[in-house]
Design a protein around this ligand. Structure first.
Ligand code: MN
Length: 261
């Protein structure tokens, strides 16, 4: 009598999202996020949030806002269902700290981070560090990442921090509109240096709002989609390989990833 073949249970998928830019000004996206957390994310083993979850984050005292508190409750709900949640801050939520992590039941990751995804070493980043053609932005990034600058920032009253961030966002939007598109995309030499330095074949980032799958000499780079007006998407790694999943309407123009190993 033949013994039945031993079948291993399928590994639960791992999901990646970024650039939701959650704010009360876009309730449809907040709703899409809640639906995603209660739906596909529940079936996952892990969820990686690669920055710019929030449109802005003045500091962890922003948890007192009912809107932010509600988003954190949705995330902690997911975590209590046994899904490991990781958060790598983006430029918009660079100041998210341990209080935020605790409120959401998630683990903070440094940028970049070398993760083990289904047995493969994968480089995760927000993506802004590779936009090296934009010198003004890189100067700004070095400044706001400096511990002394952050120390001073957190000593300012919340109202002052709110006003300062609103002004900085307006200024950045005006500047981005004037910059050539290539400035606000990643620099391929910086990307290839990151591949080589980390010794990996797969990289995932967001930030540019240009969802795509890029083939480099060293491997594959997945660029995550941004979310807006209830539309968005996520990258999924499961037994079948890597796949981009769209929520709502997929972007009109994109080099869409096909499922591949
Ligand atoms: Mn960003």
């Amino acid at each position: 009598m033949r013994r039945p073949a031993l079948t291993l249970p399928a590994l639960k998928p791992t999901l990646f999202i970024s650039d939701l830019h959650l704010s009360p000004a876009d309730p449809a996206t907040a709703q899409a996020f809640a639906t995603f957390l209660a739906g596909p994310a529940r079936q996952a083993q892990a969820l990686y949030i690669l920055g710019d979850l929030f449109e802005f984050w003045v500091g962890d005292d922003q948890l007192e806002d009912p809107f932010c508190a509600a988003q954190c409750r949705h995330i902690v709900d997911l975590a209590t269902h046994g899904v490991a949640v990781y958060f790598l801050p983006g430029n918009r939520d660079l100041l998210a700290g341990q209080r935020f992590a605790l409120a959401c039941g998630l683990t903070l990751l440094p940028d970049p981070y070398l993760a083990d995804i289904h047995g493969e070493r994968v480089l995760l980043a927000h993506g802004d560090a590779y936009c090296t053609d934009d010198h003004a932005y890189q100067r700004y990034r070095r400044c706001v990442s400096h511990p002394a600058v952050q120390w001073l920032w957190f000593r300012l009253p919340r109202s002052v921090r709110n006003r300062a961030l609103t002004r900085m966002r307006e200024k950045s939007q005006r500047q981005t509109a004037r910059k050539p598109a290539s400035y606000t995309d990643v620099n391929s030499a910086s990307i290839e240096a990151a591949f080589t330095q980390a010794g990996i074949q797969t990289m995932i980032h967001g930030h540019t709002h240009r969802p795509a799958v890029h083939t480099h000499a060293q491997g594959t780079r997945y660029v995550l989609p941004d979310w807006h007006n209830g539309n968005g998407g996520y990258l999924q790694r499961d037994d079948a390989g890597w796949q981009m999943q769209w929520l709502g309407n997929p972007p009109a123009k994109t080099s869409l990833p096909a499922a591949n190993g």
